[in-house]
Design a protein around this ligand. Sequence first.
Ligand code: 5GP
Length: 199
Amino acid sequence: MTSGASAAAGNIYIITGPSGVGKGTLCALLLQEHPALCLSISATSRGMRPGERDGVNYHFKTRIEFEAMIEHDRREQDPRRHHLLEWAEYNGNFYGTPRAAVESALAGGKHVLLEIETQGALLVKSKFPAACLIFIAPPSMEELERRLRGRGTEADAEVENRLRIARHEMALQPEFDHVLVNADLRRCVAEVRALIPVP
Ligand code: 5GP
């Protein structure tokens, strides 16, 4: 697929929005409902959290390995040979979408779900104009803070940084195709589901 996906072709659905808004849970529920959807597993240079598994939650890379992929893509003129479809630095760590897995799923007629931050989402849209950009917003910044602190995966300073980035990301909402408020998880899943034409 390049642009203007045909009926048989798969498309890219991007779930974006601030950290802590519930993107991961939302994607997990969508996949349960629709196993035909294919979730892109990102690469990251951030450390593994307890309970995470390499190749399942992320492809975990060292910073040096990640920088080598970025450098390879910078030098490689042919985008079909790039390692990453997009990448971004978020809160001091690299995150990126492996290109080959996404393109082979699309070529196989599958819809691909990307759960990524806003800069990367906009980059994918510039490469795949038919991609559907879905911004998940919290009901309020207070609620976002409560969720981020409640999940207990980050230290206080890290939560502060994520909230600072979130305020910037919230201002980008008009750039996305759809903005959905995640006040009620099940309802939000149904709203996203309605945007994805899976049988
Ligand atoms: P976390 O450290 O909480 O797993 O992820 C931090 C942020 O990076 C989240 O907003 C998450 O959606 C985003 N992210 C995860 N994978 C990717 C990716 O491949 N590319 C980009 N641009 N962002 C990603």
